[in-house]
Design a protein around this ligand. Sequence first.
Ligand code: ADP
Ligand code: NI
Length: 231
Amino acid sequence: LPEPDQALLPTLLPETHAFVKAYMARYDSSHDFSHVLRVLNLAHHISQTEQKYLQSVALVAPPTTKVAPLYDSTIVTLAALLHDVGDRKYIKEGEDVDESPVKTFLVGSGASEALGERVQTIVNGVSYSKEIKDPQRVLDLIESYPELAVVQDADRLDAIGAVGIGRTFTFAGAKGSGGPGMENVLKHFEEKLLRLGTMMKTKTGKEMAEKRIQVLREFERCWLEEKSIAG
Ligand code: ADP
Ligand code: NI
């Protein structure tokens, strides 16, 4: 990170943490601050595992080979913390919207325009629905913003596996009678969750998704078995 931003980190990181914690209180509990913290931890787990993999490859390379860091850890932290800020789904019709709320927050906290823009671009790239419409756009973005791959994979891992199943029922519960209803939650597995597992960008993310997809399939199998008796 360039110097003025580097010097700001001791205040910027705790400020971002507090801002997101307060911000997420507006969402239902399928999408709360604990989701953000899991994404933060998963993102660092992925980036560190990818780095270790690269280093193990370098062990058999000439000893002068330098292993450059694949990801900027500060960018991973900021993008993971801020990834759900400004989510369009939760913006009410007619509401005044800031197109770049992540950048607005960061620059307002003293960060450079360049840092604000970089994190905003990564956050904008996380979306599943935008990727479905234009998959190449995300691949192009990752070339310049490698941290996008890590944060996107982390967000998707939190939507699948045991935690992901928990979140689908939490979502249905929070929406109440206006939502999908418990009986229809498994439709969301087919519509979105099983597809997410095939859209991972990192090797680590792919491996973790495989296991979590098996958990979804096994849950589906048990559900159908129980339904075949109980209806
Ligand atoms: P994020 O933006 O963090 O990926 P979403 O806002 O898409 O999450 O959804 C929040 C949670 O609610 C996710 O775990 C998702 O699987 C779940 N969810 C969203 N839509 C549905 C639905 N129609 N039925 C069941 N669960 C849903
Ligand atoms: Ni999310």
